[in-house]
Design a protein around this ligand. Structure first.
Ligand code: FPP
Length: 303
């Protein structure tokens, strides 16, 4: 989002749920625009080579990223940990821009977990300041690219100044119809499921819902990612093989791609490599593949 490429505005589309694999209801892609390859990678570059190998008709709809390794990146340079977070902002910007230009439905970044409050106070304050700075600086670009900003996590427990900055970003982009950019903040997968259960239980107690009406769809509708497809691809940087309480419900069938690259070094090249690897996977959703179609005959295998 450095403003170098042509300003891209995505057309608004109407969302209606359709049947996905095994009858799971998923919202349709938000757009079927023509992806501008030149704005994604210059001709002749390594990125362009990778991009040309990607099947643009089979992109993941939702990519989720566990941004990890900022502390190690800083340590390798003899710098304080917060310098790793600061450097990670450039990676955030590049990931958002690239995913938006690829016209994905959603990108979710894990910025701060419910467990991260255990970190030194200075690190927490710096992370929150970086987030506020990012929002102030990037809001114009989000709007220009029709990107809808959303937050998943317990926003109400954050510092009032952070809540204010987030609320401004949410309100300003609420009518954007392009990619959804989710930040997971004060987020925990288990906490999110507990909150969803509490909300359903309240509705049962007040008579708005019967226990029999509770199914995967009603529970999913109470999560922070309601209305979005589940992540097809989960990326984790810095080589750790863990999901760290991230989107526990939503990643049930996600393909996982782990790179040793530390988050501040993560660039569009790595995203393209992840997508290429994703496209080699055979996704079966617990079923069997029969001549390119899931054997229940309801829908073609995706990805
Ligand atoms: C993990 O690295 C990273 C985080 C806990 C924070 C990520 C936050 C940012 C990149 C900045 C703010 C984000 C946005 C969306 C504007 P770590 O510190 O656990 O690294 P380590 O495992 O090497 O110690």
């Amino acid at each position: 989002m450095d403003g170098r490429g042509p300003g891209k505005t995505f057309p608004p589309v109407r969302r209606a749920f359709t049947a996905g694999p095994f009858g799971v209801r998923v919202p349709p892609r938000y757009t079927h625009g023509v992806i501008d390859l030149d704005s994604l990678a210059a001709g002749g570059s390594l990125e362009r080579q990778l991009l040309e190998e990607i099947d643009l008709a089979r992109l993941p709809r939702h990519v989720a990223i566990i941004m990890d390794g900022n502390g190690r990146w800083a340590k390798q340079r003899g710098s304080p940990r917060v310098e790793g977070h600061r450097a990670g902002i450039a990676s955030v910007r590049e990931a958002v821009e690239t995913c938006a230009r690829l016209e994905l439905d959603a990108l979710t970044l894990y910025a701060f977990s419910v467990e991260n409050w255990k970190r030194p106070r200075f690190e927490i304050v710096t992370l929150m300041s970086l987030l506020k700075e990012f929002l102030a600086r990037e809001l114009g670009n989000l709007l220009k690219n029709d990107i809808r900003f959303r937050v998943v996590g317990r926003m109400n427990e954050l510092d009032p100044s952070v809540q204010k900055a987030l609320a401004q970003g949410l309100a300003a982009t609420s009518s954007c119809r392009g990619m959804t950019f989710n930040i997971a903040l004060n987020y925990g997968g288990r906490t999110e499921i507990v909150d969803a259960c509490r909300s359903l239980a309240n509705d049962v107690v007040s008579g708005r819902l019967t226990p029999e009406q509770i199914d995967e769809e009603t529970l999913g509708s109470r999560l922070g990612t309601a209305g979005l497809p589940d992540p097809d691809l989960l990326i984790r940087t810095s080589g750790e093989m863990r999901v760290s309480n991230f989107l526990l419900w939503q990643i049930a069938y996600s393909e996982i791609w782990v790179t040793p690259t530390l988050w501040p070094d993560f660039r569009k090249r790595h995203l393209f490599e992840a997508i290429l690897d994703f496209q080699k996977r055979e996704r079966r959703y617990g079923g069997v593949i029969n001549e390119g179609r899931l054997a229940d005959g309801k829908a073609e295998a995706q990805g």
